[in-house]
Design a protein around this ligand. Structure first.
Ligand SMILES: C[S@@+](CC[C@H](N)C(=O)[O-])C[C@H]1O[C@@H](n2cnc3c(N)ncnc32)[C@H](O)[C@@H]1O
Length: 263
């Protein structure tokens, strides 16, 4: 595998400015830093890489949001639900050597497979995140980060003119034949599967936490006409995880949850 620093000139430049050396970062199985404290700096550089480098604006995963609260830098695995174009999978692979990303829309899945084929650490899986997680989760060896971002994000039937957000300009998927609330956002079932079947410690990173109001109720029509999170409640999610939760931290539009290991 190529040295990540050599492959990203932006990082080389920032490291040189900071340390006066180009040889501070080496990569074996995963990225390793030669000096303590620089790992934090490294994460900051990676987070601050302009998203344009990966084309699309969808990437809202920030490692510094996690490392601020949880020491998970030795986690080998990240699992993402909702691949879309594959941007956040690429970003996750900057930090995690083994990345699984799950997409329900066949067309998006096939395009992501093609786009990500040069990244052997990323496995793109097709299907409803609930079914795929049920199969995948018991096989995962070691602590994982779960980036939960699967949700219907509109399609050609959406009234984009009447919507605040203007969409990804592609059809995104949902479970079932109709975009009912339950079919649009599989978040609660994903959470339950992780809670019940992941034995090792893990971090759950939930994007779009602003789709809940202050009382915890899921909202309707927030970003686009027809979007529906009303079957969800953040308090119910919190209760479901309570017996394993060691951290529940909201960071802007994201929620970071840490679950302890069970035997
Ligand atoms: C917000 S986008 C994901 C963005 C992506 N994580 C990123 O940051 O680049 C949501 C994606 O979830 C997919 N999706 C919706 N329901 C799903 C489900 N039940 N299982 C898997 N993927 C789903 C949609 O097709 C869409 O591509």
């Amino acid at each position: 595998m190529k040295n990540i620093c050599n492959s990203i000139p932006f990082i080389q430049k920032r490291l040189k400015q900071n340390t006066g050396s180009e040889a501070e970062v080496v990569e074996g199985e995963r990225q390793v830093l030669s000096r303590r404290g620089e790992l934090k700096f490294f994460f900051e550089i990676l987070d601050s890489l302009p998203d344009e480098e990966y084309n699309k604006p969808a990437m809202k995963f920030h490692m510094k949001n996690v490392t601020k609260y949880v020491n998970c830098r030795d986690y080998p695995i990240a699992v993402e639900t909702g691949t879309l174009f594959g941007d956040s999978a690429l970003k996750l692979n900057r930090y995690f050597p083994e990345v699984y990303t799950i997409e329900i829309n066949r067309d998006l899945f096939e395009k992501a497979v093609l786009r990500l084929k040069k990244h052997p650490g990323i496995k793109v899986l097709f299907g409803d995140s609930r079914a795929v997680l049920e199969d995948l989760v018991p096989k995962l060896q070691g602590p994982c980060l779960f980036y939960l971002d699967a949700h219907f994000s509109g399609d050609h039937t959406t009234d984009w003119k009447a919507s605040r957000w203007k969409g990804y300009k592609v059809d995104t998927g949902c479970a079932g034949d109709r975009a009912t609330a339950e079919n649009q956002v599989p978040l609660f079932e994903e959470i339950r599967l992780i809670h019940d079947f992941v034995k090792s410690e893990c971090v759950i990173y939930i994007d779009d936490i602003d789709k809940f109001d202050e009382s915890g109720a899921g909202l309707k029509d927030k970003e686009f006409k027809g979007e529906d999170w009303s079957h969800l409640n953040l308090n119910t999610i919190r209760s479901c995880l309570a017996d394993r939760t060691t951290l529940w931290e909201r960071v802007k539009r994201q929620l970071i949850v840490h679950l302890h290991e069970i035997r």
